[in-house]
Design a protein around this ligand. Structure first.
Ligand code: GLU
Length: 453
């Protein structure tokens, strides 16, 4: 790649064209890079040191990308071959940090988009963590525990040589929760013959995991939404909220919303969505999704008269004051945003990574809706992962109240940073610009100080 001086919108546009050319067939990565680079023009103009040739070009190129074969046998003895990935994107601020996603949609472009987002998200936490992401196109749905265990063991048999508590620290994401982290950790420990608890986060509370880590992404997003509302003189109490998804992020988003007096009326999965006028019963949802690994339709069947299951359909049609997309990328499109705006939504806060399409973000912001981008709003998960690493390093574990207090302080701080940075760069109320520039500044300063590497 040639080095350009990206001090104007034109040079950033040129760089984006080059990124598309050099990374063919990776639309999610193009989208994530475009979304960040489009907001950087004011900071590159204001701070000439950031326009140094090669800085932005280095930022969009992962430091290392690992792609590997993952063979495993199902319960009938049939051999399957999946593909494993770990993209170590940027380590200027600390060891690579980011989750593993097991889902059939995973490919290198998806992992690169997630890893790129993670750099800025992790920088916004203010903690010492670089950005990375990994995963596999393995589909855990319908697989027995034994099959998932054999898959995780095979995956780690290659991954172990690339990770370590001071090198790269994976965690969960879609399809990777406590069960998978357990199997992955066991295999790492067996291969290396080391008790290296800081090599993975999201571990069980009895063997090195942090309390509040399972709750952290959802809780953190609700705190971020509350902070955006407070900025407008409102709070969450009594607000009808729409949540998409029914995995780890959605469940703890619903739990926190209920605790703060809001009424979360929906959840969803790929089969459709549930509307529950009385508010989602989070214990029932946990039972159906986490214990039984079932579908949201079962929740509606068991819940009784207040809930109905809508197969297919868009959850964004449900009238709400606040929406928290917590499923997956590009789940909230222009049509969904139009429906939310029509129904008077005041705030949208992203629990998932890049769930809102660029045109939907534009529509929401133009309509004056407070919009919290995932790299700020859902940073609570990785922040508590970094707190888990700190506890592991000190061979201690903190009480839940301490972790929750630290999470709340981190989320407040991220909100203030994004808010103030947006104002400073002439985009008041634009949390996308604020998050991108604030994350960029921290990473860029470290990269400049550490030289051309
Ligand atoms: N997968 C989560 C995220 O998107 C958490 C990553 C971590 O805890 O390392 O931020």
């Amino acid at each position: 790649m040639t080095t350009t001086r990206p001090d104007t919108k034109t040079t950033l546009d040129h760089l984006l064209t080059e990124i598309e050319h050099r990374n063919p067939a990776q639309p999610e990565f193009h989208q994530a890079a475009r979304e960040v680079l489009e907001t950087l023009a004011p900071v590159l103009a204001a701070r000439p040191e950031y326009a140094e040739p090669g800085l932005v070009e280095r930022l969009v190129e992962p430091e290392r990308q690992v792609v590997f074969r993952v063979p495993w046998q199902d319960d009938r003895g049939r051999v399957h071959v999946n593909r494993g990935f770990r993209v170590e994107f940027n380590s200027a601020l600390g060891p690579y940090k980011g989750g593993l996603r097991f889902h059939p949609s995973v490919n290198l472009g998806v992992i690169k988009f997630l890893g790129f987002e993670q750099i800025f998200k992790n920088a916004l936490t203010g903690l010492g963590i670089g950005g990375g992401k990994g995963g596999s196109d393995f589909d855990p749905r319908g697989r027995s525990d034994a099959e998932v265990m054999r898959f995780c063991q095979s995956f780690m048999t290659e991954l172990y040589r690339h990770i370590g508590e001071h090198t790269d620290v994976p965690a969960g994401d879609i399809g990777v929760g406590g069960r998978e982290i357990g199997y992955l950790f066991g295999q790492y420990r067996r291969i290396t013959n080391r008790w290296e608890s800081g090599v993975l986060t999201g571990k069980g509370a009895g063997w090195g995991g942090s309390l509040i880590r399972p709750e952290a992404t959802g809780y953190g997003n609700v705190l971020f939404a509350a902070a955006m509302l407070r900025e407008r003189g409102e709070d969450l109490e009594g607000q009808t909220t729409v949540v998409s998804g029914s995995g780890n992020v959605a469940i703890y988003t619903i739990e926190k919303l209920t605790a703060l007096g809001a009424n979360p009326v929906t959840c969803s999965d790929s089969s459709g969505y549930v509307v529950d006028e009385k508010g989602i019963d989070v214990d029932l949802l946990k039972q159906v999704k986490e214990v039984e690994r079932g579908r949201v339709g079962t929740y509606a069947e068991r819940r009784g008269a207040s809930a109905r299951f809508v197969p297919g359909g868009s959850v964004w049609e449900v009238p709400a004051d606040v929406a928290l997309p917590s499923a997956t990328q590009n789940e909230l499109d222009a049509e969904g945003a139009t429906a939310l705006i029509r129904n008077g939504v005041k705030a949208v806060s992203e629990g998932a990574n890049m769930p809102t399409t660029p045109d939907a973000v534009h529509l929401l912001q133009s309509a004056g809706v407070a919009f919290g981008p995932g790299k700020a709003a859902n940073a609570g998960g990785v922040a508590v992962s970094a707190l888990e690493m700190a506890q592991n390093h000190a061979r201690t574990s903190w009480p839940a109240t301490r972790v929750e207090d630290e999470l709340a302080a981190i989320m407040t701080n991220i909100h203030t940073t994004c808010h103030d940075t947006a104002t400073r760069y002439g985009a008041p109320g634009d949390y996308v610009t604020g998050a991108n520039i604030a994350g960029f500044e921290r990473v860029a300063d470290a990269m400049l100080a550490q030289g051309v590497i």
